[in-house]
Design a protein around this ligand. Structure first.
Ligand SMILES: C[S@@+](CC[C@H](N)C(=O)[O-])C[C@H]1O[C@@H](n2cnc3c(N)ncnc32)[C@H](O)[C@@H]1O
Length: 309
């Protein structure tokens, strides 16, 4: 087995930190070393110096390493109290407010709209940042559909992003095994999924609401606020995300970043929200350690954040 020096390990560490904000503290150095060794042997690179040089140029190998280094654990309706808050408090108020704005805008010549057409104000934009295999994004889709009387009258855009292309491939297939069925519950399962040989598949309409993209949070947070979205086919999209989203789920992602990158990301997420927009983070990612301008909301077990209007 090839041996890696402390200096070499530090160089790999810096590389993934620099490119993806991924941080490996002392307690995770053995994990990093084992994964590097695995990739080095599979790829037949011979020594760590050659492997490092290859990573600098070979995006495909970098992606294979990222697939080894990222933690992709997720499940449907993870942290149920946050989904309860979404369903019972956030969405009803947001939908009601938008309905009122629509009624107010009737007859407004600057917003021409005809009966039978989708009104331009009737949109909901949600982002699942670090979406892994898609369970979070589809849980959001099911919750939104349950909250709307006429979902097809709304423009619902759920943007789901990750840097790991193999989890994104899984997410786009929208197929899950029966172990996940319990997380959803029988009623919702019937409404929004079809049974398949291995388990179930998300039905066409909820699936169509979610668009999965390869996108690095570092590009957004370290840059001028532009999201670089790479779909599986077609050209990349550059989205000026300032004030774009109503709700962001960025859960269990920043725990893998260092403190500087976490603080930068919190700022970037704040900018991406509309005034009055909501942010959900993971249980172990409370924002009180950072300077921020969010208002904190606590409801039962759920903690989440709102950008002042
Ligand atoms: C533990 S999963 C969280 C999944 C889901 N949000 C949840 O809470 O169940 C973390 C995900 O973040 C992704 N990730 C890590 N660094 C990222 C980055 N720089 N940009 C985008 N996604 C990233 C990983 O690939 C992984 O799929």
């Amino acid at each position: 087995m090839p041996t890696i020096t402390r200096e070499q390990l530090a160089k790999f560490n810096e590389l993934v930190l620099d490119k993806y904000d991924l941080f490996f503290p002392a307690s995770k150095q053995v994990f990093l070393e084992n994964r590097l060794c695995e990739r080095l042997l599979i790829g037949g690179y011979g020594d760590y110096e050659s492997y490092y040089n290859c990573l600098l140029e070979d995006c495909e190998e970098m992606q294979l390493l990222i697939e080894e280094l990222t933690v992709n654990e997720t499940r449907f309706f993870r942290n149920p109290s946050q989904f309860k808050a979404l369903k019972e408090n956030i969405l009803p108020e947001m939908i009601e407010k938008r309905n009122r704005e629509v009624v107010k805008s009737w007859g407004d010549a600057t917003r021409p709209w005809k009966w039978g057409e989708r009104h331009p104000l009737m949109h909901l934009r949600i982002w699942s940042a670090g979406c892994s295999t898609g369970e979070e994004a589809y849980s959001i889709a099911f919750t939104i559909l349950d909250s709307l009387k006429f979902p097809r009258a709304w423009d619902i855009e759920i943007t789901a992003t990750d840097i790991n292309q193999s989890v994104l491939d899984h997410a786009r297939m929208a197929a899950y095994d029966n172990n996940s069925a319990n997380e959803i519950g029988p009623d919702m399962l019937t409404r929004y999924t079809d049974t398949s040989e291995a388990g179930f598949v998300v039905k066409e309409f909820p699936a169509r609401l979610v668009k999965f993209y390869d996108s690095n949070l570092k590009d957004l947070s370290a840059g001028p606020g532009i999201m670089k979205l790479r779909p599986v086919d077609g050209p990349g999209i550059e989205l000026d995300a300032s004030g774009y989203f109503d709700i962001i789920f960025c859960r269990n992602v920043m725990i893998y970043f260092d403190r500087t990158a976490q603080a930068r990301l919190v700022n970037a997420l704040y900018r991406c929200l509309k005034p009055g927009g909501f942010l959900f983070t993971g249980d172990s990612e409370p924002l009180h350690l950072f300077e921020h301008e969010f208002n904190v909301i606590t409801e039962g077990d759920a903690v989440y954040y709102v950008k002042p209007s």
